[in-house]
Ligand binder design. Structure first.
Ligand SMILES: C[S@@+](CC[C@H](N)C(=O)[O-])C[C@H]1O[C@@H](n2cnc3c(N)ncnc32)[C@H](O)[C@@H]1O
Length: 255
């Protein structure tokens, strides 16, 4: 890497970012996201992503997986654990995020991946290092993804669908015209940059214990900018179920 030196932080991650960037996600957001993730709310989506990777990795080639925008790391940990249960050949997992707080939480908890602070717009790895890139509810940089993918490598992008957290969206976005979410432009842009080989919809309802309502509210950017009144309303509602709704786009590197 052009004679650059990078420190390994005592928490066990590498800071590969040349500039310090303040992410909108602070430690508390990541901690609440971790609580929600560990409660199992994302399990069916994580299982679907793992299945796609396992089923697309027909050859003996080892899996080299990058999670771009991994946050506090629980998706990558879960996906990598599921892959290792199904595959015997060695696999490598790397999680990158611009947020030091997210990466430091990931490294403190999960030892089955390499964790790096890095910007997706300038990923400090050599060309063609990964045969799978996952990009879950995070921004993307498709030029960088193309560069990093091996020949016929895949990007698996997870985007929220129309009914994702619809019970919260209805209240937090009331009167803003944003209650209904459209990901049509995201999908169109993805299709322009990759050869779309599969699209999967994953929708399910999860029953919600009372103690998860506050972290659920805090973990999502949906609540950023929401009035205290709206948040109180949600906390006082007897919310017993929440809708999870995702679209998984699978695209192959364009040659
Ligand atoms: C909604 S969070 C999703 C995190 C994780 N994938 C999840 O679903 O829990 C979006 C993530 O993208 C990261 N992010 C935003 N801009 C980034 C960039 N330029 N490079 C790397 N990560 C970035 C944020 O720090 C945040 O962790």
């Amino acid at each position: 890497m052009n004679r650059h030196c990078f420190d390994i932080a005592k928490q066990g991650y590498i800071n590969l970012s040349s500039r310090s960037t303040k992410s909108k996600y602070d430690r508390q957001t990541f901690e609440t996201r971790r609580i929600i993730s560990e409660s199992g709310l994302f399990h069916p989506m994580q299982a679907a992503v793992s299945e796609i990777i396992v089923s697309q990795n027909m050859s003996k080639e080892s899996i080299r997986l990058l999670d771009a925008g991994c946050g506090e790391g629980s998706h990558l940990n879960s996906i990598q654990t599921r892959i290792n249960q199904k595959k015997r050949n060695h696999s490598l997992a790397v999680g990158i995020d611009i947020s030091k707080e997210g990466i430091s939480l990931a490294a403190a908890e999960y030892s089955n991946a390499m964790w790096c602070v890095a910007d997706i717009a300038n990923i400090p790895f050599a060309n063609e290092q990964f045969n799978f890139i996952i990009n879950i509810l995070s921004p993307a940089n498709y030029s960088e993804f193309q560069r990093l993918l091996t020949d016929r490598g895949l990007v698996i992008k997870v985007v929220p669908e129309q009914h994702y957290l619809t019970e919260l969206r209805g209240i937090l976005y009331k009167g803003t015209g944003k209650q209904v979410y459209s990901n049509t432009p995201t999908i169109r842009y993805f299709n322009e940059r990759f050869n779309l080989i599969a699209v999967e919809n994953v929708q399910y309802q999860v029953s919600l214990s009372e103690h998860l309502i506050a972290p659920l509210l805090e973990m999502t950017p949906l609540s950023w900018g929401a009035s205290q009144e709206c948040k109180e309303l949600i906390l006082q509602m007897d919310l017993r179920e929440i809708t999870m709704d995702f679209k998984i786009l699978v695209g192959m590197k364009q040659s």
